[in-house]
Design a protein around this ligand. Structure first.
Ligand SMILES: [Zn+2]
Length: 257
């Protein structure tokens, strides 16, 4: 599962690899395109970024958006290298002067005007810890809108903090010492701020490791550590599936209150 930091790291790595090369050929197998994919030919990748879990590639006025969900991947090949996956899995291939960028299996590949895609994302996503317009105040305000929901559930909601996935939400709540079952309306102002700060801090820590192609395992204190001792108090970490999201939830019932 690609969370925000992984999406942003992938975007940055693609830009690093293709540099200022221009697109010489663009092939789209399936997906939504409001513009002719051929319009990308002759353009260079101006920048690549993420917004929540969406990966965005900007070519002049146009944007390619992809969301990898569970099975999507992006491969970068040298120009003369052959593809490592069957062509039937290919969604989009962008051929640059010396590189080929191929998106496989991604459920969402969209090409459109940049403004239209950004407009839609801004309307549907919350604040993103890895973007310039992040602020703790905005994050707190968006969390507060969901008073009757559990904080563990609200953190997965992309309309609140964009880019948080299951790994991050477990690690954020452990660090903030907040139990995932608590209702937002029962959290103090300080507690919600603490959650927002850790969302920012941990997203950047994940991103920095991903960009250096390092594993995030050393950052994980509770995720996938069922029955292992809590790094704070030594009591066993408990795994359960939280309702209503049904996601794996790791908690120290002693440290997280
Ligand atoms: Zn503990």
């Amino acid at each position: 599962m690609t969370e925000g930091p992984t999406a942003k790291a992938k975007a940055v790595i693609v830009k690093r690899m293709v540099g200022d090369e221009v697109v010489t050929e663009a092939i789209m197998r399936s997906g939504r395109s409001n513009i002719d994919v051929g319009n990308l030919v002759g353009l260079r990748l101006d920048y690549a970024d993420a917004y929540g879990k969406n990966i965005l590639f900007v070519f002049g006025d146009y944007m390619v958006r992809t969301h990898l969900m569970m099975y999507g991947t992006i491969h970068i090949y040298d120009f003369d290298e052959s593809l490592t996956k069957p062509e039937s899995k290919m969604r989009l291939m962008l051929i640059f002067e010396s590189k080929k960028v191929v998106i496989y299996n991604a459920p969402i590949v969209e090409i459109d005007y940049k403004w239209r895609i950004l407009d839609k994302l801004k309307r549907t996503l919350g604040v993103d810890p890895l973007r310039d317009d992040w602020s703790v105040e905005k994050a707190v305000m968006l969390i507060r809108r969901h008073g009757d929901r559990k904080i563990g559930d609200v953190l997965l909601d992309q309309r609140v903090i964009a880019g948080i996935g299951n790994i991050l939400r477990n690690e954020i709540l452990f660090r903030a010492k907040i139990h995932p079952e608590r209702l937002v309306k029962d959290l103090s102002q300080k507690e919600v701020e603490r959650i927002a700060r850790y969302a920012w801090e941990l997203s950047w820590e994940f991103f920095r490791r991903k960009i250096e192609r390092k594993r995030i395992a050393p950052l994980l204190m509770v995720y996938n550590k069922a029955r292992k001792p809590c790094p704070r108090c030594g009591r066993p970490i408990r795994l359960y599936y939280q309702k209503p999201n049904g996601r794996k939830t790791f908690v120290c019932d002693y440290c997280q209150r």
